[in-house]
Design a protein. Sequence first.
Length: 118
Amino acid sequence: QVQLVESGGGLVQAGGSLRLSCAASGRTFSIYDMGWFRQAPGKEREFVAAFSWSITGTYYADSVKGRFTISRDNAKNTVYLEMNSLKPDDTAVYYCAANLRGNRADYWGQGTQVTVSS
């Protein structure tokens, strides 16, 4: 099993920045990709960003391209999501996930709330 623990959410004004962290533990050798999803109230969960451990490259939803950056620290088994120029539409619970299969994943974190005020 893999455990994922997110942190770093909070309340920020529009135009501000936040950095989310996701620490992986357990059978981390079984992880082949990781990513971030979000779910706003009354909406379906949506993909935000991801990368593959074995393939160089990152992937972003069009809505966050140029504003969000996904990165990782292999030594710490931690993935980050740097969020800049935040908008009220970015308000959601953000979830870290591992071993993605479309909008599904083998492992999920508990989620961290991000609220952007206008």
